[in-house]
Design a protein. Sequence first.
Length: 296
Amino acid sequence: MNRSLQHRALADAAPLTPAAASSRGGAAAAPAAAVQASRPRMARRSRWPARLDLLQSASGLFLALFLVAHMFFVSSILISQDAFYSVARFFEAGWLFGTPQPWVVSCVVGGVLAVFVLHAWLAMRKFPASFRQYKAFSAHKAQLRHADTGLWWIQLWTGFALFFLGTVHLYGMLTQPAAIGPYESADRIWTGTLWPLYLILLFMVEVHGSIGLYRLALKWGWLEGRDPAATRRRLRVVKTGFSLFFLGLGLVTLLAYIQLGIAHADRAGEPYVPESVPAALAGGADAAPAISLRGR
């Protein structure tokens, strides 16, 4: 059995000097003071890391829900061109102001972009900050061979890609809110040669979003049952189904825009006007002059 601190102090200490021997408490006071000094002072822990973690979860949940809604909105082109036109004009708040107002779309996109940047900044707190940390985590991941750790690693790299790809897409919607419509979007994707960016963006955002929702459900105990292992397996099935469904929907939707862009390539820049809507009332997309996308 290890000796006590007092015994070790008495055994190892040099003979007491007269001044030390005459102090209050005698020889026992010195070891007691040494023990008290050796105890680390408990610093008050900050609550800000927990608050930032909660804010990261909330912003990620908001962006994931927006992703789901956005996918259904843009996939309305699969119903008809008029359906997508109606959705685009709805977000220009023509039902509120009497005529479509593209600046409303800019406000919405600006808010989403702000949350997007905030979420990226909060997530960067957990990224490896140096090459040494990167190597240490890689070695740890290879040794641990934990499936969820691997998912976090995939989410890190897809999030890194989204910071660039997603910003390009959001900036285009922010600065050209009137150029959203069946012909306008198809021309941007095909004649504007943005379809490779949208194809990569589709895979990155769907994988990142599905993993993010999966990890949020585990972290906060959503859908938690009596058996944690069974809950984890169910959530993995849901995550995989979520990814496959929205990847399939996104690919079919992107193909529809590409086909429409090819068919409309000789008239690129011409806005879409439904037959039931007079040109004077078509809104911001029709009020702006046609923009040629050729040669981009």
